[in-house]
Ligand binder design. Structure first.
Ligand code: NAD
Ligand code: DAU
Length: 339
């Protein structure tokens, strides 16, 4: 059995990655190290082959806990763990610095101490800032790092520490930078699951600003596949952008969700804009396509349909979140109470 150490595996993308890896291979054993913050959910791990999945509750900033859990013969560390929501980073940035920067450094040190063969760091296109409206400019791996939100700044800082671990100590590292993911099990603070959950409950759908910010959407399983290929085929020290060439205006995403659910557009409510709101993300993924032999497999319409179906079939999952601490978060964030 090959051992891989995954941080943040109870979250949205980490859990999708683990489901995919364990389904598609028989010689991989996963150690899933996750602090179970508000975004981590043990329910996301239901159905995994428990003989090859070991869950360890722990914080990536806790050096001893990481060293205890990380086996010396690990093939790789996949670092998904992060504070991941831009709006929360605007309200309070320090948790983002702690987990995303310090936590990454703790993992890098531990990976060296345990002779881990490769460190795969899951970063984001947001480190490259914002592109102008409807231009023909795209993020490439050579785009300068120009983070605009505290979240993006913490992810950019983490990337620098990953690079430094390779340049200084020779740790084998690969960084992936993906755009906006959507799919099953995404916490409903993010655009798509928030809009699906509100629409299903006939609640207002809060669209920031003019709704014409652009995001480049990718189905989570396509992202997970690209990360695995970056591990298997990526060159040490390289960065790989991951994107499905699927730019959408926010307002069009929200209307598409309402249409698929058969709900009226009158549920849309334009609200105050996000501070420092990045206008447009658009990824040139040619390097991943050619060097990793990766291509996205799920188109936007199918992916959105599958995602909506998952939320319809898993209303208990959504309601358990909406009935917990999320209610207070929503009230503070949107100034409105959920039904
Ligand atoms: P998420 O918020 O759904 O999950 C984060 C997970 O990390 C949770 O399970 C949480 O419990 C865990 N975690 C948080 N702090 C921790 C700590 N200190 N120690 C251990 N575990 C901790 O996030 P996600 O959307 O699945 O994103 C995963 C990664 O992918 C992040 O690094 C994020 O920056 C990156 N990313 C996300 C997207 C996206 O669209 N969601 C796009 C590109 C990159
Ligand atoms: O691009 C990758 C990034 O995508 C990841 O690194 C982040 O972890 C992930 O959260 C995501 O960041 P965004 O800020 O783009 O995602 P979010 O879902 O929060 O918002 C998407 C767009 O929708 C953005 O333009 C803001 C807007 N929005 C969001 C919310 C939550 C609204 O209009 N209303 C809302 O209520």
């Amino acid at each position: 059995m090959k051992k891989i150490f995954i941080t943040g595996g109870a979250g949205f993308i980490g859990s999708a990655f683990i489901h995919q890896i364990l389904e598609e291979s028989s010689d991989i054993e996963v150690i899933n190290f996750d602090a179970l913050t508000y975004a981590g959910n043990p329910e996301n791990l239901k159905g995994l082959d428990e003989t090859r999945h070991k869950f360890v509750k722990g914080d990536i900033c806790d050096k001893d806990a990481v060293l205890n859990a990380l086996p010396a013969d690990a093939e790789a560390v996949f670092n998904f763990a992060a504070e991941s929501h831009v709006d929360r980073s605007i309200t309070s940035a320090s948790e983002f610095v702690t987990t995303n920067v310090l936590g990454t450094q703790v993992l890098l040190d531990a990976a060296r101490a345990r002779n881990v063969k490769r460190f795969v760091h899951i970063s984001t296109d947001e480190v490259m800032g914002s592109l102008p409206d409807e231009s023909n400019l795209y993020f490439t791996e050579l785009s300068p790092l120009k983070p605009n939100s505290p979240y993006a700044a913490s992810k950019a800082a983490a990337e620098h520490f990953v690079r430094a671990a390779r340049e200084t100590f020779g740790l084998d590292t690969v960084i992936t930078r993906c755009g906006n993911n959507y799919g099953p099990r995404q916490f409903p603070e993010k655009l798509i699951p928030l809009m699906i959950a509100n629409a299903m409950n006939d609640e207002a759908l809060p669209v920031y600003g003019d709704g014409r910010n652009v995001r480049d959407w990718i189905y989570v399983e396509d992202h997970a596949r690209a990360i695995w290929l970056a591990f298997e085929r990526g060159k040490s020290g390289e960065v790989y952008n991951i994107g499905a060439r699927n730019e959408q205006f926010n307002i069009d995403v929200v209307k598409a969700i309402l249409d698929l659910l058969g709900k009226p557009h009158s549920l849309i409510k334009f609200v105050a804009d996000r501070l420092g709101h990045d206008r447009r993300y658009a990824i040139e993924a040619e390097k991943s396509e050619t060097e990793l032999g990766w291509k996205p497999q799920t188109d936007w319409e199918d992916g959105l349909r599958k995602t909506i179906r998952w939320y319809q079939e898993n209303q208990d999952w959504v309601e358990r979140i909406r009935n917990g601490a999320y209610r207070d978060y929503y009230k503070k964030m949107y100034g409105a109470s959920l039904k």
